[in-house]
Design a protein around this ligand. Structure first.
Ligand SMILES: C[S@@+](CC[C@H](N)C(=O)[O-])C[C@H]1O[C@@H](n2cnc3c(N)ncnc32)[C@H](O)[C@@H]1O
Length: 204
């Protein structure tokens, strides 16, 4: 993992993420909207990858809904929080650029997925210039007819995240053989907006 470029998450200011979500959880706020939409996109008992899972909030909720979930996350401090909070959530500690079927097989985990969730601004916190590489790698992990649920702030996102206009994202997806099936502005399927991108990708 050491030879991979540092993510914007690693090089940026990321304090506050756990504290913010801990408070939301304590306050009883809704923190699983992404999981509700993800759940609606697949059949019961599907196989789902939570890519850049953070402390596992979305993967754990999808698991609670009966899916077979694998979470993957690079930040070891977040992996530790996930292990404490969601001990039954299978977690691979890895950079997503190194997440291959072979690595998953080594961990005795599924190697292809009906759905990949890439939510919570992961795509705008990758290492610079690695978006296409990441999307191409995720495409390799999709089952036939599998889809990717992506969510991010296209401009003015948190901390160290990049600006990533929707059209550039769609071009990057197309360049690696993925197409935008649907675009919304929220996880409640509001119309597309400039503030937030919710996109569902499938093989082109
Ligand atoms: C804002 S957090 C969101 C975490 C989680 N998806 C959520 O919604 O709660 C962004 C996450 O993306 C992860 N990330 C960014 N680039 C990554 C990469 N190349 N490999 C693995 N994780 C990555 C960071 O480590 C961080 O946990």
């Amino acid at each position: 993992m050491n030879d991979l470029p540092k993510t914007r998450w690693e090089t940026g200011e990321t304090t506050g993420y756990i504290e913010r979500f801990s408070k939301l959880i304590d306050d009883g706020a809704d923190i699983v909207g992404e999981a509700r939409l993800g759940d609606a996109l697949v059949k019961r008992g599907s196989t789902i990858l939570d890519a850049g899972a953070g402390f596992g909030r979305i993967g754990a909720e999808l698991q609670r809904r009966g899916h077979t979930v694998v979470a993957a996350e690079k930040d070891e401090s977040l992996v530790a929080v996930a292990a404490e909070r969601y001990p039954d959530l299978p977690m691979v500690t890895t950079d997503l650029l190194a997440l291959t079927p072979a690595l998953l097989k080594d961990h005795d985990l599924p190697t292809s997925f009906d759905l990949i969730v890439l939510v919570g601004n992961v795509i705008v916190l990758l290492a610079p210039q690695t978006e296409r590489q990441l999307l191409a790698g995720l495409r390799e992990l999709l089952a036939t007819d599998g889809r990717v649920l992506v969510g991010f702030h296209p401009v003015g996102g948190h901390g160290s995240s990049r600006d990533y206009p929707f059209d550039e994202f769609a071009d990057d997806a197309a360049a690696v053989g993925l197409t935008v099936q649907y675009r919304f502005g929220t996880y409640e399927l509001d119309p597309p907006s400039e503030d937030y991108v919710v996109a569902i990708l499938a093989r082109a």
